[in-house]
Design a protein around this ligand. Structure first.
Ligand SMILES: Nc1ncnc2c1ncn2[C@@H]1O[C@H](COP(=O)(O)OP(=O)(O)OP(=O)(O)O)[C@@H](O)[C@H]1O
Length: 266
């Protein structure tokens, strides 16, 4: 059952001393007669990386869709920065700072790297792309765009077409466009999917870096990455939480080893 009584009403520190910025209690989603998510409690902390893992069909994407309000929960409560967002429309939730990465499809391939970030920077202000803005405003935008590119390590490629970037650097550009919105909570859906080992390392380092000033919640299948950069791991199985804790604790949980990780993974 939903445990709303225990739920935080303001983003104060929890017992571990870190601020809870996003939290869910008793989250449930039924599709017709099928129960996809059941009784999920989740606390996502500022300046931490939190992984949501589990076998195919465990309900990870559905939980993401519930948190971002793309799906309305059948029951349960979601709080963001102290505000109850259970019934809040997705666009407002995004404006409040809960931003989901849409992977490479969010990039404009025929714009340059710099232009992609500039377009993203204009979004929070609700401005359409304006070609005739004053030079001063454009310079300021370029400066902020270059700062973002430096933050993610794309400062050497501002004038490259996004389409010509390697797969891994496209993913990095996509993260940069997400960071342009200055999210308080960043949701990443399988950020390592389809990448080679070198790119995985780069993106993992980038995620750790951006998580210093915001919360990150990510669905990820690469358990090495989860072990390396995630402070907290929640394991889902058939829509329910099987285990939750740091990677070491969770990976030693017998039920998790049997259900998901296999016994060979330390
Ligand atoms: N719109 C929907 N209508 C009916 N069933 C759905 C719908 N969306 C998801 N499901 C079902 O809910 C369950 C959870 O799906 P979900 O996509 O959340 O799992 P997942 O953990 O993200 O899986 P994967 O790792 O394969 O992406 C699955 O059995 C799926 O078939």
């Amino acid at each position: 059952m939903a445990d709303t009584a225990k739920m935080k009403t303001s983003p104060g520190p929890d017992h571990e001393g870190a601020r809870v910025v996003l939290s869910a209690r008793g989250l449930r989603k039924d599709f017709g007669g099928f129960n996809a998510v059941n009784n999920v409690d989740l606390d996502v902390h500022h300046a931490r990386v939190h992984a949501l893992i589990g076998p195919n069909g465990a309900g990870k994407t559905t939980v993401f869709n519930l948190l971002t309000k793309f799906l309305q929960p059948t029951s349960g409560t979601i709080m963001l920065l102290g505000e109850n967002i259970t019934r809040t429309p997705p666009a407002r939730v995004a404006r409040m700072g809960l931003v989901r990465s849409f992977q490479i499809s969010a990039i404009f391939p025929h714009l340059t790297v710099l232009e992609n970030v500039r377009v993203a920077l204009q979004r929070p202000n609700g401005l359409a792309i304006q070609f005739w803005r004053s030079m001063g405003a454009l310079d300021e935008l370029n400066e902020r765009a270059m700062q973002l590119l430096e933050q993610v390590g794309l400062q050497d490629a501002p004038n490259m077409l996004a389409a010509d970037l390697s797969y891994g650097r496209k993913r990095v550009l996509e993260i940069a466009t997400t960071l342009a919105l200055d999210p308080k909570v960043l949701l990443l859906d399988e950020p390592m999917a389809g990448m080679g080992q070198e790119d995985v390392g780069n993106v993992a380092r980038l995620i750790s870096k951006v998580a210093k000033s915001r919360a990150v919640l990510m669905v990820e299948h690469n358990l090495r990455v989860v072990a390396d950069i995630c402070d907290h791991v929640t394991v889902l199985q058939r829509g329910e939480i099987l285990a939750s804790g740091d990677y070491r604790t969770v990976s030693q949980d017998e039920r998790v080893r049997i259900a998901y990780m296999g016994t060979e993974h330390e």
